[in-house]
Design a protein around this ligand. Sequence first.
Ligand code: SAH
Ligand code: SF4
Ligand code: F3S
Length: 548
Amino acid sequence: MPQHTPTQTAPATPPPSTSLTVFLETFGCQMNVLDSQLVQGQLRGLGYRFIDDWKQADVVLYNTCSVRERAEQKVWSRVGEVGVHKKTHPHVLLGVIGCMAERDGDNTVRKYPQVDLLCGPGELDKLPMLIDNAVRTSLEDRGGIHAAKIALQGDTHRRSATLAAAEDKLEMLDLSRSFSPDDHNGSAYVRITRGCNKFCTYCVVPKTRGAEVHRPPTHLIDECKRLVDSGVKEITLLGQTVNHYHYDNTQAVELNGHLQPQIGTIIGPNRGTGGPSPTFGTDVTSFASLLKKICDEVPDLLRLRFVTSFPRDFGDDILQVMADEPRICRYLHLPVQSGSDRMLKMMNRGYTVAQYMDLVDRVRAFMPDAELATDIICGFPTETEEDHLATADLLRRGRFKNSFIFKYSPRPGTSAYDRLKDDVTDTDKKRRNNELLAVQNEVSAQVHQAYVGKTISVFVESISARERKAIASASGARGVELGWEKSSEPGGSVGELVTQLVGRTGGDIIVIFDGDPALIGQIIDIKIRTASPLTLFGELIHSTATTS
Ligand code: SAH
Ligand code: SF4
Ligand code: F3S
């Protein structure tokens, strides 16, 4: 597209926006990674070309996260840089999409007039139209907020309110995904639930992603089948609280030839016990039955995983399906947030430490080899040393393979932000964070050490980050051309078909070993030689695919 400044006259016919180059950077959780893939597929299908250098792009898109302030700060600094760049490249369009766009709304464009479009995660189906409109506007004289193109779900939660009457366009976006083998390395995400109904007091997600809706099981199975047909070996099901998945097949509504997602109801008589899954009518697909259906109907899928599990309403029915089906990974990401009942109550999590530990015990009774990971928030308002020590104790008892430990970050739009003073000092938050990390490091080291000497199945994901760096700094064109160049072992000779690879066990433990990059996307056996607190190091036994 021609360069122009706002003072030039716009050409009579704008150039087609679909010949533009796009740079897209993703922040935040797996849900955002999947959204970015869908956006990419959608825009590619319209002729946009994706490039890696933002300075060369006509359209710069940031798919953003709002969960903590730090996540947002990173994006603001990018937005600042693009603002400077736009002074000399005024045709460039800047879009902020995802959770930050939804949370901050048009404040963003008031503060940062260089932002040309805003699109919330619930409106991503409209993104091509927004880009197209923004391109047209950029050819005219534009200024500030009036020129910005905005699609936000807002407070109305339109989707949930009108779901039965209007076609769910986001479902169409999921259904339109590309199944090209170029789009994956043997592993893919499938969204089963959107949004969240939980309203944990600190959390912005229900605001940014809207109310919980569940996708029709037939769509999910079809998506899994098509991914496997395109070469995917491992699928991760996504939802904020995956175990709450349910779809009442007797109430299914079809519009324009597609079943519609269903609003998540809160849920049967077992609500709040922390024990069994909620009970449903006979023709309801529950999470346990969805897992079983996918295993039965997609026999060539080698690994099925899911995140995130909510520690309440996680019944033995799910654990039984996991124990019976070796292709379901024995791994649960089960965020606990705190080891203090008082904190859990203030966070509105809906379970006690005892109920959480009961679930951990049940998981291990069904699957002694299961690995668990958790999330912790330290320094939540009013948290005392005693609460903090209770969390450290829970980390020891839980024996998690790893924990994601976050300092509490007050988020505008949450009830904790409105009602609770952020009264734990940053110094205390930092100290508590470090103390919890130290406890977790000890536990992680023990968990990882127990694998030394064992042979385990590993899904090979990629070349290791260290190796990628080495390749990037290698001067010879040959290394770049081949994507690998040298053995990572001291003494390995240049040109050998080995490089350092990264893979994952069914329990989500990271394994590093040397091998041929052609193994990426396969499941192989690795004998573990040594362990660090968060990683295993091993060597290849043989490269035939196994099924666990
Ligand atoms: N749905 C998932 C979590 C999604 S957010 C669940 O409920 O388990 C991912 C993690 O970010 C949370 O588990 C929590 O530990 C952390 N988090 C969310 N809001 C936060 C906040 N305001 N401050 C600090 N950490 C937060
Ligand atoms: Fe946020 Fe709680 Fe929902 Fe998780 S369950 S996304 S922490 S509100
Ligand atoms: Fe962040 Fe939104 Fe995910 S706030 S954690 S990107 S759901």
